[in-house]
Ligand binder design. Sequence first.
Ligand SMILES: [Zn+2]
Ligand SMILES: [Zn+2]
Length: 285
Amino acid sequence: MRATKGEKDSMKQNLHTHTVYCDGKDTVEEMVLEAIDRGFDSIGFSGHGYNHPYDVMSMDEAREEQYMRDIYHANALYDGRIRIYLGIEEDSIGKRFSHDDYEYIIGSVHFVVKDNDVAPVDYSQARFEQVLTDWYEGDILKMAHDYYEGVKEVARREEVDIIGHVDLIAKYNEDGRYFRFEDPAYLAMAFDAIDVGIANGKIFEMNTGAIARGYRRLPYPHLTLLKHIHDHGGMICISSDCHNRANLDLGFDQCLALAKAAGFRSIMILTDEGFRPFAIEDIES
Ligand SMILES: [Zn+2]
Ligand SMILES: [Zn+2]
């Protein structure tokens, strides 16, 4: 669908953003103004849903209420200039949310669970290595197994629209130091989790958050996984998992190029009528 001048459809969008209500740097208003500045048609906020004590920056009930109010207010205030969507990033081990309260829900795994204990996947490289050693005797495939079990569980949740950073387990592995991406045992687990998401109609995000933080040069998911999503009829969207407004559209061009390389011709965009596919060339222009 090509937009005509004057009645531009919603195309430049980032649904994965964080603010001072959780671990982001900027206020809702600062993010909105930046989005307008950068020509976004819409922006969605996806604060970390309640997940204490594992994520102390995630929003408790009082903060969540302020967060919602602030975003409603901004949407009214900037009506006609930008559409602002109210979303949330629901953690696999945290509170679950409903579409009665949120316009969209990102489901993400940030922790592995083993024997009723919980350990972070992406807190820091040192912590990642500690978990890998102490919990899995250095066997990354065992850790990846537990991680992707979490992804599968989230992928089956009715309320989840988007699966966040599906291969977060590879955050520190761009140079292949922990495992080979093409290891068939690894791919089997990742494909399995992705297939559950596809079967349940979930959207996978291309996420550039780790590029902003200097851990990676490439977005999630790995190209091999992206191709699998495409070849099996899955859907994708693009986000920067933004914690700092300077990175609001970081790597979007790279994502579109990779999406095309994987065979995609369209990207899912949230509209007032729900998620709809938009041709990549319309998003690029
Ligand atoms: Zn996340
Ligand atoms: Zn996030």
